[in-house]
Design a binder for this molecule. Structure first.
Ligand code: NAD
Length: 377
């Protein structure tokens, strides 16, 4: 396997993965629309691509002719192209399904009907497919895994942030495993789950090796500073630079598993170069819960400033409360152990942000859109 097509490869994860693939001897072709929401209005090919010998095709994964052309030169595919905003997906429903689910179906349709000799397909899926993920009852020795349903708008409006058992006691979140229950709570999550099923079913029927990597909250150098719909650290970094307060949803104790982008690229490389294809789902995270208050404070301090945090008790419909990956499979199947600590990753991220022009702060505009659609309270 030599020729790798990376869809959406001009984006954040692609900007780390594509050079890594090249360094490891692969010929890389990127197919990317250069979505203005991510790349701004300029539409110029990013310098890191034009300065390299990566082959760049500007086009959409939704375009059959373009897809047919790039797929016919590939042995392996890393499918990154997607619309990625959880909140935005709740009102751009058709677009999210077209770019995420339908375009994946198109890719597989072409591979099947053109009988293309693709050897491996890797998908960037998301932790969001788990919805609220796995919990245990808050009792000593509790082992039964419990999967709370997504929180309702009414519960959120009443500030019932955390899932409770039938006696009203808080359940305790635990790292979620790949075989835990899948329960998408947003349109974005449902499209990522659809992608997973399409790829697993089709690749198994065709005998193509595949791997589905469920990425946790990825952060790091190169994350779009223009996109107000996703990437909490990028969004907050702009406000820290402007000396604005950081507004934090719910009570700030919601948690995420923050994994540095270089570890995500490392996991994709491992899944591509492993002799036997994984043919399974693999969580890619650190296995650690970090509260949003903590991450906001660490970020601000990494800029050498004192945190100015306002916990707003606001919320977004479709957000989950806690998230952390069980990474046993990442270690056992891919033999990959995340290398970048949160402290080191944050330093790298802030050093990079400080070299970038100060973007516009579009957070209030993005929140206003959600409020107008009754998706934020
Ligand atoms: N970053 C995260 O925290 C995270 C977490 C879980 C899963 N993921 C998944 O990882 C993948 C990559 O995410 P990212 O963080 O690099 O996002 P990104 O937005 O930086 O990159 C996505 C790229 O896809 C391109 N794209 C969008 N629509 C396209 C289309 N129709 N045709 C071709 N290209 C198109 C964009 O221009 C962009 O360059 C996505 O599938 C996302 O769902 C990311």
């Amino acid at each position: 396997m030599k020729n790798i097509l990376v869809t959406g490869g001009a984006g954040f994860i692609g900007s780390h993965l594509c050079p890594l693939l090249q360094q490891n001897g692969f010929n890389v072709t990127i197919l990317d629309t250069l979505s203005p929401q991510i790349h701004g209005e300029s539409q110029e090919t990013p310098l890191w691509i034009s300065d390299s010998n990566i082959n760049f095709v500007k086009g959409s994964v939704t375009d059959r002719d373009v897809m047919k052309s790039v797929l016919s030169n590939a042995d392996g595919i890393v499918h990154l192209a997607a619309e990625t905003g959880t909140g935005q997906s709740m009102y751009e429903i058709e677009k999210y399904n077209q770019v995420n689910s339908q375009a994946t179906a198109l890719m597989l349709d072409i591979i099947t009907n053109e009988q293309l000799p693709i050897k491996r397909v890797l998908l960037a899926s998301s932790r969001s497919v788990y919805g609220e993920g796995a919990y245990l009852a808050d009792g000593q020795g509790a082992t039964n895994r419990i999967y709370p349903r997504p929180r309702t708008p009414e519960e959120l409006a009443n500030h019932q942030w955390t899932a409770k058992d039938e006696n009203g006691n808080d359940l305790v979140p635990v790292p979620t495993r790949e075989d835990d229950k899948v329960q998408p709570a947003s349109i974005y999550a449902s499209t990522k789950y659809a992608q997973e099923d399409l790829i697993a079913i089709c690749c198994e029927s065709l005998g193509i090796g595949y791997g589905i990597l469920r990425l946790q909250n990825v952060y790091g150098e190169g994350q779009s500073l223009n996109n107000p719909y996703t990437g909490i650290l990028s969004i907050f970094s702009t406000r820290v630079r402007m000396n604005k307060h950081l507004p934090i949803f719910e009570d700030g104790l919601e948690t995420r598993d923050f994994v540095h982008v270089s570890d995500v690229a490392g996991a994709f490389l491992a899944a591509l170069t492993k002799e036997e294809a994984p043919n399974t789902i693999i969580n890619v995270g650190t296995g650690e819960f970090t509260t949003v208050i903590d991450i906001a404070s660490q970020l601000t301090r990494a800029f050498g400033k004192e945190p100015d945090i306002q916990v707003t008790a606001q919320y977004r419909v479709g957000d989950i409360r806690h998230n952390c990956a069980d990474i046993t499979r990442l270690k056992d199947v891919l033999n990959y152990i995340p290398k970048v600590s949160l402290e080191e990753g944050m330093k790298r991220f802030v050093d990079w942000v400080n070299t970038q022009p100060l973007p516009e702060d579009k957070l209030d505009k993005a929140n206003q859109e959600l409020k107008e659609k009754n998706l934020m309270g």
